[in-house]
Each structure stands twice: as structure tokens, then as C-alpha cells.
Design a protein around this ligand. Sequence first.
Ligand code: SF4
Length: 408
Amino acid sequence: MVASSQPRSAYVHIPFCHRRCFYCDFPVVPLGDRGDGTTSRSVAEYLRWLEEEISSSPPGPPLSTVYIGGGTPSLLAANHVVWLLALLNHQFGLAPGAEITMELDPADVCAERLQGYQGAGVNRISLGAQSFDNGLLMGIGRRHSCQDIKTAVALLKAQGLSRWSLDLISGLPGLTPALWEATLDKALSLSPPHVSLYDLTIGEGTVFDRWLEQGRLSLPPETTAAAMLDRAAEKLEAAGLRRYEISSYALPGHGCRHNRVYWGGGHWWGFGMGATSSEAGRRLTRPRTRGGYQAWLHGPRAAAQRPCSPKERLEDLLITGLRRSEGVNRQQLAQQCSLHLEALMTLSPRLERDCAQGLLCCEGPYLRLSQPQGFRFSNQVLADCLLWVDELFAPGGAAHGTSLVAPA
Ligand code: SF4
């Protein structure tokens, strides 16, 4: 079924962190190591901006998923979260059984705060564990320890929060296969119903980027890093966590409904600094700095939005949709991008080669990455997909011009 263009999901960005981790290139406002966001004037001002943005949105159907991400949303007091969810409820409504996820820093979790978040309506937690080795955690600029993670998980369980996820990062500097094995064992000993596993990427302008240029960063060799990811897939799947997306593993019924909206080409509201939204066929990424966001909020906002072209939409749907284990259905893609199905049924020679090599599976209208090989070489296959789309829309390509764009 093709998703309606009316968003039923919302992402809210809370940009505050104590300090910036060495690998992080997210839109973040560091508050310093002392105190938290409960009394900060900077936070109070940002919440007022969020209120302006949310309350000036056009009305829409009740939200089925909300994701409060960051930054470090757990710097917010419980009453901030009560207020934020009440604001969303007032503007759109919250559907019965809505999934409401909040990201938590293990160093911030205490019973009282957790109870407050839960009382506000939060029913899913994404815990930024990243590693279970204190040396590695310190080496990437995190504040929490391995013990903080264990304490946070014990509190989640004591609170009866059964929907939660552990975030882990592989490929960290100093990570060895033995340390990785221990990390996975410690993670699995906590019986997580969901694990998000990311390979370290070094963003431009980060501390790690500078250290890499200066030759001060020692990363695991590429083949070792790939082998560690394979080992993680083996161990997580053996523990019953099915890999339902390249970086996501879940017990049955514990997949993240909100992220599925992104991967399935659905629509969502985005609120706050650096947040992206996708509504009414338009994609918009807000400015990534505090000043830029404030100026945008108080300027002619509509001018910043532009509709996605069929080519951009197709690129987006392929890149996100192929991340899922089930892949994409070209009948749906054609419908979502207003293209004739025939335009998508002939693959490029590169993609044919990927099929022949067992990286990509093509069954009727369905395309999906194979596991584990296709997932392992996803960058290559996704790059080949983008080249295919370029060819489709190039002069003489099967989707070029308006003749193949279906009438509205
Ligand atoms: S806590 Fe997360 S968002 Fe904040 S600096 Fe670290 S990685 Fe970035």
C-alpha cells in the first residue's frame, strides 16, 4: 500500500548535549559538563521556538509515531516532555497506541526522570550505549561508563518499559575483534529487544576528522571492520534478533515503527534545528545552527520548501527502501514517483552484474539486497542504483522527459 501524503509521524530535534563527541557531526548545541537542560535559558528559548513551529503547522491526522531525538533529549526535564507531547497532541492528536520514542544518554537515566518521561507518554527508549568498553567510550568523548548502561537498562526493565533499543558503534579507534566480541556479549547479556548497529563514519569537521588528517587516529583495517560487522550479525541473529534493516535488529514485534516510515517512503513532520520533514511531496531540511534555525523560523519559511522531482523521489525511495530486508516493490515505486512501471523493469548492466554476483535479488517487481553479502556491499549496490536512476532520467533514458510521467 502506498503511504498517504498526510504525515502521521513526527520527529522533534532536541539539539542540546553536554559536549560534542569526537565523531559527531549532528546539529548540536553543547551546554557544558555542568548542570543539564532543566534550568538552562538556552533550552527554554529553544522550546519556545519549537512551540512556534509546531503550533503554526497545518492540521493533520493524529500521529501514530513520534521520535524525540537529538542531541541528547534526556537533558530535558520530565515536565518539558509532558509539555512537548501535549503540544503535539493539541496540534495533531496522538493516535491510540502511538509509538513515542525518546533517545536517552545512559549517564542521564535515573528512576525519577524515567518515570516522568513514561508518565508523559514515552513508551519506547533508544539508549545510546555505543560501546561497553570504558576506554573506548572515553576515547570517543562519551560521558557515560559501561556501568551507566547496565544501570539504565535495569531501570528501564524495573519501569516495565519493554520497548527499547541499544545503539552500538563498530569500527571505533582501538576496537579489536576480541573487544568487539566482549562488547556483543555484554550487550546480549542485557537481552535487548532491539539493537541499532552503526559502523563509524568520520564526518567532516569532527575531532576525529582532524585527528585522521594529522595521522593520530588508528582505525581497525577495513577487512577487520567488515568481519566485526559480520560477527555482530551472526551473534545478534543467533540471539533471535532479526536483521530487518541494514543497521537494525529486533525481536519479533520490536521493530521501530517510526523508522519504518522513513524507509518506506512515508511522510513525516520534522521540527527543530536541522530536522528534515517530508510532507505533501516536499522535502525540507531546517538550518543546522541555532541562529540559522531562528532566522528561518521567523523568515518566509514556505520559500525554503520545494517539491521533490520524480528523479529525486526515486533516488530517495531506492536508497532508503533497499535498506530494509524486504527491499522495494517497483510497482509501488512507479506509483509513488508518477512513472510508468515499464521504465523501472529493465535494470542497468551494473545492477544485472550485482544480481549475477548474488548481491541484489530481483524477483518480479521486487528488488532487495541479499543477506549477508548484499548488506555487506550495500554501498556499492546503492551507488549502482543511483547511476541507474541517472541513466533512466538522462536524454534517451526510459524515464526521460514527460512522456513517461503518468498524468496527474
Ligand atoms: S551525545 Fe550524540 S548528538 Fe550529542 S554530541 Fe554525542 S553523538 Fe552527538
